[in-house]
Ligand binder design. Structure first.
Ligand SMILES: NC(=O)c1ccc[n+]([C@@H]2O[C@H](COP(=O)([O-])OP(=O)(O)OC[C@H]3O[C@@H](n4cnc5c(N)ncnc54)[C@H](OP(=O)(O)O)[C@@H]3O)[C@@H](O)[C@H]2O)c1
Length: 336
């Protein structure tokens, strides 16, 4: 069994912890966080071993009777791999501690590529990650773009990809971020950082991205225009995407014509927290004009990187093929 610790128990860390518990080859050794809040209490109710981020938070946990097993350093003694799901930039501060304890570490998309020198998306580069000490699972938007562009590149050889990203302003539990009544150009000076981030995983893709932020919490939505070298039509595009794991074709004829409907569908199929791990692609949006493919995809930002984190753990430990890891992760998370 691979012994896993999760440092950071927010939007992503909570989901990673729950997913680790579902893996037949992993054991969750505990979670670490800063505040002694309801999330800490509920983790305890799930029988997760609770650790405080440092001595200061240890005191506040004890004051409310949560009695953690120790601090982050104590958790690190117990694990083979630590998944750092702390806010962007904090992972880089934690890395020297993981190195001191000689532990393998996974970081999330809020960290810079340079922190580990390896940015991970299962379908694109699982094999190259095998045995590394540390890797970065890329952000939600980058994960979605890499899954889709990798499939199209294998199918038709991409000439260039141009993408407009409409981003959710905040996660559902985040009451601090906005806007609440505006469309924000994010950034105004183009291009956005998403294109270069895709190239940390798929260096040969010519991609330029723009991004806007809107007052929703549920999902991001991307409009893509992808030019390809090989002869293509709508049916061929649909076939390639349909046959790619972790991509889900949806059709507006079934009434799914918004991000709200996608989340409602995820709720209806019984996913925990409404999580959609797959990239939804509106199959009836796919339009081919000359060598250009036009279509829309969605990104459930809270969920999409969870399968990648399970595969990243196996890649660092070694002994699994990409297909084996995808198979186990998909089965345990209910990805069809
Ligand atoms: N949210 C998304 O949509 C999303 C999607 C993909 C990737 N990511 C990436 O995943 C990572 C985690 O993001 P998140 O949205 O899960 O963050 P989050 O909800 O803010 O949770 C962060 C967690 O880290 C803990 N933490 C540990 N050390 C900390 C410190 N020194 N300062 C502040 N908090 C500390 C917090 O503890 P407390 O709970 O005690 O405060 C909290 O549990 C980031 O790299 C982010 O870019 C996020």
């Amino acid at each position: 069994m691979i012994k896993v610790g999760v440092n950071g128990y927010g939007v992503i860390g909570r989901r990673i912890a729950d997913a680790v518990v579902l893996q037949p080859d992993m054991v969750l050794k505990g979670i670490a966080k800063v505040r002694a809040d309801y999330k800490a209490r509920l983790a305890k109710e799930k029988n997760y071993d609770l650790y405080a981020a440092d001595d200061k938070s240890l005191k506040s946990f004890s004051e409310v009777g949560l009695n953690p097993k120790g601090v982050l350093n104590d958790l690190l003694e117990e694990v083979d791999v630590v998944v750092d799901a702390t806010p962007g930039g904090i992972g880089a501060q934690n890395n020297p501690i993981y190195q001191k304890f000689n532990k393998k570490a996974i970081f999330e998309g809020g960290e810079k590529h340079a922190l580990t020198g390896f940015s991970f998306v299962t379908q694109c580069n699982f094999n190259d990650a095998i045995g590394k000490r540390s890797i970065r699972v890329v952000s939600c938007n980058t994960t979605a773009l890499c899954r889709v562009l990798n499939a199209l590149d294998q199918g038709f050889k991409i000439k260039r990809a141009r993408v407009v990203i409409v981003r959710r302003a905040a996660d559902p539990d985040d009451t601090k971020r906005g806007p609440i009544d505006a469309v924000v150009l994010d950034p105004v000076a183009l291009p956005s950082h998403h294109g270069p981030d895709v190239r940390t995983v798929l260096p040969n893709i010519d991609i330029v991205t723009m991004a806007l932020k809107i007052p929703t919490t549920n999902m991001h939505l991307h409009s893509l225009i992808v030019s390809v070298k090989e002869k293509v039509n709508e049916d061929k595009v649909r076939d390639v995407l349909r046959n790619t794991t972790r991509i889900l074709l949806l059709n507006s004829k079934e009434g799914i014509d918004s991000t709200a409907k996608v989340i409602d569908m995820a709720r209806e199929i019984g996913r925990p927290r409404n999580d959609l791990y797959e990239v939804p692609v509106w199959e009836d949006s796919i339009k081919v004009v000359d060598d250009e493919i036009y279509f829309y995809i969605g990104v459930h930002q809270e969920a999409i990187v969870i399968p990648e984190n399970m595969d990243a753990i196996r890649a660092l430990i070694g002994g699994y093929s990409k297909e084996e890891s995808i198979g186990i992760t998909n089965k345990t998370l209910g990805i069809r």
